[in-house]
Ligand binder design. Structure first.
Ligand code: SF4
Ligand code: SF4
Length: 429
């Protein structure tokens, strides 16, 4: 069943002007970094170093070892400390490898570079695996897996849409590393044995589109496609439909497409050209409750509180720190969590009491749900503990986009109710 049925035509107040035209802040190396030993819900990691070992920026320090193999690298030079439990974006403390920086930022190559034009498809997939490239748009899925199993793929779709309010990190990366964006995209075409690639960028990013198109001279197999500035256009299903007018059930491969985030393509190019994995991230730190909203270049493993401190701190006492954007991000109870290889944003908002009123039964949440659900019905069923109605309303198709809360005139947190309903159904399994 395809779940893409909603209108997808809601323009949001993007608030991107807070960071879009500002200089990128390069964060000073913190005294300690905490390299996450988790990805998604997996904590199966092998640590390759021991306490007291000396490492450099780029030293392979651990790898994920479950169904997927994903190496992780030190983001500073210094001395290995203990493995500590630190707050994570899963909302609970999880293991992180502490590395105490010596402040020197000595660097080593993590692996040999590769010329993607002469390498075989299989060599490129293996390279992507060894380089630890993961989805940089928030999900952190290992990139090589998409290509290992890609077949009958005609097009690579590079998602440079970045539809959530506040976030401009991908745009900043595409602006700064335009050449790498194209090289990474070209390599992905080869890895999937595809014919072409399309880079999707919101039509409002006029200067960026111009810059990427100019840089594409000589690449007849890659084009830029402008897409509307609406939410959630960056959702994989939405952007695939917008570009190809095709729907799929589970994966975009069903319609011959592999989708990657723009920063992921850039990270792959940097790995191929320079021989290092993802040790630093461009992160948008924005929102009304941070003193100086900016895009920040951050060593992976830096605590969020250090990043916010470098931007002048908070504007008020009661803040809500969100990993990601305000619509789909996760609110985390403190700022002790760290920037990971898949982080793209920290949104800091003032915690304000919300005066909600009873549901008006206006139906707007159902009208705007991109997954075609009836959030109001799910909310009512959740409140009543009515599992059968929750299941009958296909709650698992909710992508937690936040639209039903955003649109609700009664200021009800409808998304949270739907999330709770989803958890109720998951707990039944
Ligand atoms: S969060 Fe709300 S609007 Fe978004 S998919 Fe879920 S139910 Fe629909
Ligand atoms: S948008 Fe809010 S007020 Fe309107 S039906 Fe949905 S929950 Fe009720």
């Amino acid at each position: 069943m395809s779940i893409f049925t909603g209108p997808m035509r809601q323009h949001l107040d993007g608030k991107k002007e807070l960071t879009a035209h500002e200089e990128v802040v390069v964060l000073e190396t913190p005294e300690k970094v905490y390299i996450p030993l988790y990805q998604g819900n997996s904590t199966k990691f092998e640590v390759l170093v021991k306490e007291g070992d000396k490492v450099k920026v780029g030293t392979k320090v651990a790898y994920r070892n479950d169904n997927f193999i994903v190496p992780v690298f030190s983001s500073v030079s210094g001395t290995v400390g203990k493995v500590e439990n630190v707050m994570s974006t899963t909302l609970k403390p999880l293991p992180h490898l502490v590395i105490v920086s010596d402040g020197l930022n000595e660097t080593e190559k993590s692996f040999e570079t590769i010329d993607y034009k002469t390498a075989s498809r299989e060599e490129l997939v293996a390279f992507t695996k060894d380089a630890g490239i993961v989805g940089c748009g928030g999900a952190g899925f290992p990139t090589y897996v998409k290509y290992q199993f890609a077949k009958d793929c005609h097009t690579i779709l590079i998602n440079g849409v970045e539809c959530e309010p506040y976030i401009t990190a991908d745009a900043a990366m595409m602006e700064k590393y335009t050449k790498e964006l194209i090289i990474g995209t070209d390599a992905m075409i080869k890895m999937a044995d595809a014919k072409a690639a399309i880079i999707a960028i919101k039509t409002t990013k006029v200067e960026l589109i111009k810059k990427v198109r100019e840089a594409l001279a000589g690449y007849s197999n890659i084009t830029v496609q402008e897409v509307p500035d609406v939410y959630p256009m960056g959702w994989e299903r939405t952007v695939v439909y917008e570009v190809f007018k095709k729907r799929y059930d589970r994966l975009p491969g069903e319609v011959g497409v592999v989708v990657n985030n723009a920063t992921t393509a850039i990270s792959l190019a940097q790995a191929m050209l320079e021989g290092h994995g993802i040790t630093h991230k461009m992160v948008t730190v924005s929102g009304e409750a941070v003193k100086t909203p900016r895009n920040v270049w951050v060593p992976v493993g830096t605590k969020v509180k250090e990043v916010v401190k470098a931007l002048g701190g908070y504007t008020c006492e009661d803040v809500l720190c969100i990993a990601g954007g305000p619509m789909m991000g996760k609110a985390i109870i403190n700022d002790e969590w760290v920037i990971s290889a898949s982080s793209n944003a920290v949104t800091v908002l003032e915690t304000k009491p919300i005066d909600s009123v009873a549901c008006l039964r206006c139906g707007q949440c159902s009208e705007h749900c991109p997954a075609g659900l009836q959030p109001v019905r799910i909310r009512q069923a959740e409140k009543a503990g009515d599992i059968e109605t929750i299941k009958a309303n296909d709650v698992n198709s909710c992508i937690e986009c936040g639209m039903c809360t955003y649109i609700c005139p009664s200021k009800l947190d409808v998304t949270e109710s739907v999330r709770r309903a989803k958890r109720r159904v998951q707990l039944l399994k």
